[in-house]
Structures are given as C-alpha cells and as structure tokens.
Write a new protein. Structure first.
Length: 440
C-alpha cells in the first residue's frame, strides 16, 4: 500500500483492522482487567476483496517486471503485434504465453515467487491450459508438467464463449438465450413492483386487532405482501380482500376459506404461510402503519422504544457514577428520555408548533412512546395518517439530534428552525417516495 501511494494514516487504519488490540470494558461503572481480542479478516468480510485486489496488484506488477526484463514473453496479437501477457479479472488471471518450455518454467517461478511473498496460493487444480495452434498431445504433456488441467477451445469465461468464431451467429446464441431468459424472469417476477418505491411501500402495517389490514394485499408480515409471495394460495382464497382478523383468530390460529383445499405444490406453500404467520397475535388496539424507510430515524425510534437512548437517568440506572442527573439545558427535571425529547423547554415548544401546523392541540400527558405510536385525535385518510406518523418520528429524531448538538457541541438551537427542518425533511422524503409535489 505504501508503494501504491496510500498515506500513513490510511495504512494504519487498515492495519489496525488486522492487528490485535487490548480491550477494557466498563462493567457497572468499573473497569475490567485488560484482555486481547483476536482479529483478522474472514471470508465474506467486506474488507477482504479490497485487500485481495491490493495483493493481486502485486502479481500484476511482478508479471510486468518479468515481461520488461524479457524473462517472460506474452503473445503478440493483431496486425499491430500488441503484446499481451496477462489479463486479471477479479480472482481470475489469464496468462498468454508464447509456447516455449523456457517461458513456462519462468511463469511457474513467477507464480511461486508470488505465493511466497503474498501468502496466497495458486490453485493449480482449478487452472487450465489451452493451446492455440499447438496439438493436443503437446498441451496435455505440458499440463502434466505444470500440474494443472487442460482443455480445448472454445470455452466459456464469465458466461461468454472464448475461442469460437465471434462473427458466427451460432456462437452467440447461448448468450442471447441467457439474456432473454433473465429479462423474462425479471418481467414476470416481483421486481417490476420494486423499481419505483411507491409511497405505500415505505410503510408496513403493525397488526393490532387485524380489522384494518388486508391479509393478502397489505404489507404486514415478511418483506412483501402475501399475495406476491404465495400467488397460488392467494388464487384459491374465497375472499381475496379478507382482512387479517378474517384469517387469524385471537389465539393465532388460521381461519381458512379455500375454494379447494391446498394440495400438491400449494400444500408446501400453505405450510410455509402457516410458519410465517405463526407468531401473530391479535390485540385490542387498532392496526397502525410503521414507517420502513426511516434509516437513522427508524433506528432512533427503535432505540427510544427500547429505552436505549443514553439519557443521564438511564446511565445512572446502569450504575454509572454521575455527578448530576438533572437536565443540562433547563435544570428543571432529571434528564430522562421523555424529558429530553418531549418535556424539556425547547422540545415542548417544537412539538406545540408541529401540532399547531396540523391545527391540533398537543396532549400534554403523553410519554414519548405513546407519541410515536398514537394516532392523531382527528379522523384522517390512510395516506394522511402515514404522513402523520412520518412527521412525528422525524420530529422526535430532529429534536434529539439538535439537543445533542446543543449539549455537546454548544450549537445554538431554536424551535422555529426545528419546525422548518421537520417540514423540509418530511417534504423531501415524501417527494422522493411519491409524486406529490406540494404539501398543504
Ligand atoms: Zn430540560
């Protein structure tokens, strides 16, 4: 990495991913003794392809050096006699070698040298030797000497035919066939639905009493609608518009009404469906929409609900020794999640303004969890209640963010500005997820 011009700090970061570091942990406010963590990159680690590319670059440099000093001779191609020695692609490398035993010996030395310096191993069992204009016996003998396999042209590389006549239509037929199949699979599948993220797709239903959620066509369990996932079953349901409460009773048992009983392939699908909905229990609460595309916001709401927001009072409960658990901004109350996001001076102001914007009065007795799940007190359309939910979550998140900026970075914070931020963020998000261009 040094040779490739990476800076000291960057190299240090990469190295620290691979080296062991001693660790101390805070348990109930006191430190444990030091222990060592084992580190390294496993298969599948997002870092490993990058490290592999760096190492493969070593092989590239090594080959170039060998070509430049005439130790290794590639093949000349075309009327301009361009010399091609090798083509690396991901974890594959193709070598083009002028047919001479000297050349092969040097190639083997070069690969050996690469193995020794990089610690990577060339898999000769998976490597193949092809001869162009060389008879098959000779290719076989050479392959045996090199310890690899041999094959004849044409062969397929990355799905393309190599070595067949590229101007012949027949040699492209398999490729065209493959593409046609891919495209028609793609058209037939669910993918077409997911191309445009529609407004409703960014929500899923959280099931309460199951009265307001369509069993087959609303998104309430798993990652897509049951209609898309279990097409065959959907077709044999007597009522395609059945609600969740029509198909699941209060004990979580299925209430099925089939045109004909699931048999054969639908039998298997039916079992899968039963497994999928097995955990669903109906409760005395209306179904509500849950925002899925929240990113930071969604994570924030989840943390708030689980009381994982590190307010001073929560830290104090975990036994961490703090001098003072009162709110650093107003000193009116202890710093709890509800205080931070709802009742502290600025947050309360922001919430009142947001409610005002919708022509509502804020109920002062709510706690933050109720705030995140409650429906507004006025009747709203389905889309209206989704926007409402998105707004409440966005507002909570922005209050928390602004508050932290205020406490830790001394950044000034005013409620009217936060109201604007809520409006802008909400508008940005809605216009991204649907075609509404104006919010009243
Ligand atoms: Zn406060």
């Amino acid at each position: 990495m040094e040779f490739m011009g990476f800076g000291v700090r960057w190299r240090h970061w990469i190295l620290s991913c691979l080296k062991s570091t001693p660790i101390l942990v805070l348990v109930n406010g006191s430190l444990t003794s030091e222990f060592k963590l084992e580190r390294g990159v496993r298969q599948g680690d997002p870092l490993s392809p990058f490290l592999f590319i760096l190492t493969a670059e070593g092989l590239n440099a090594l080959t170039k050096a060998a070509v430049n000093s005439n130790l290794f001779v590639g093949s000349e191609i075309g009327s301009d006699k361009i010399c091609v020695s090798h083509l690396p692609y991901a974890d594959d490398t193709i070598y083009f070698v002028e047919w001479s035993s000297q050349n092969f010996r040097n190639l083997m030395k070069l690969l050996k040298y690469f193995e020794l310096t990089s610690g990577l191993k060339v898999n000769y069992k998976k490597s193949k030797l092809y001869g162009v204009g060389v008879n098959n016996c000779e290719v076989e003998t050479m392959a045996k000497q090199l310890g690899c396999d041999f094959d004849t042209l044409p062969f397929e590389y990355l799905g393309l035919p190599i070595g067949s006549k590229s101007n012949k239509i027949s040699s492209w037929e398999p490729v065209i066939e493959k593409f046609t199949k891919r495209l028609s699979d793609w058209k037939a599948g669910d993918h077409i639905d997911s191309i445009g993220v529609s407004f409703k797709d960014s929500f899923s239903k959280s099931i309460g009493n199951g009265y307001n959620t369509r069993f087959w066509s609303d998104n309430w369990v798993g990652s897509s609608t049951l209609k898309n996932r279990f097409r065959r079953l959907f077709r044999i349901d007597r009522d395609p518009n059945a609600m969740v409460k029509d198909r699941i009773n209060r004990n979580g048992c299925g209430l099925w009404e089939w045109i004909r009983d699931p048999a054969g392939r639908t039998r298997g699908q039916f079992q899968e469906l039963c497994d999928l909905i097995a955990g669903t229990r109906l409760i005395d609460k209306p179904d509500s929409w849950v925002w899925k595309l929240g990113g930071n916001v969604e994570f924030f709401v989840w943390r708030t609900r689980k009381k994982r927001i590190p307010s001073l009072i929560e830290l104090d409960k975990r036994g961490i020794d703090l001098h003072n658990v009162r709110c650093p901004l107003c000193d009116d109350d202890v710093e709890s999640v509800d205080h931070d996001i709802l009742f502290c001076k600025h947050p309360f102001d922001v919430w009142s303004k947001v409610f005002n914007w919708w022509g509502l009065n804020m109920a002062s007795s709510l706690c933050i969890n109720e705030m995140f799940t409650a429906s507004p007190s006025i009747a709203m359309s389905e889309v209206g209640s989704m926007v409402w939910q998105a707004m409440i979550w966005t507002c909570g998140y922005l209050i928390w963010w602004n508050r932290n900026q205020n406490v830790y970075n001394n950044k000034c914070w005013t409620p009217p500005v936060t109201l604007c931020e809520v409006q802008v963020k909400l508008f940005e998000w809605i216009s991204k997820s649907c075609k509404i261009k104006k919010i009243e």
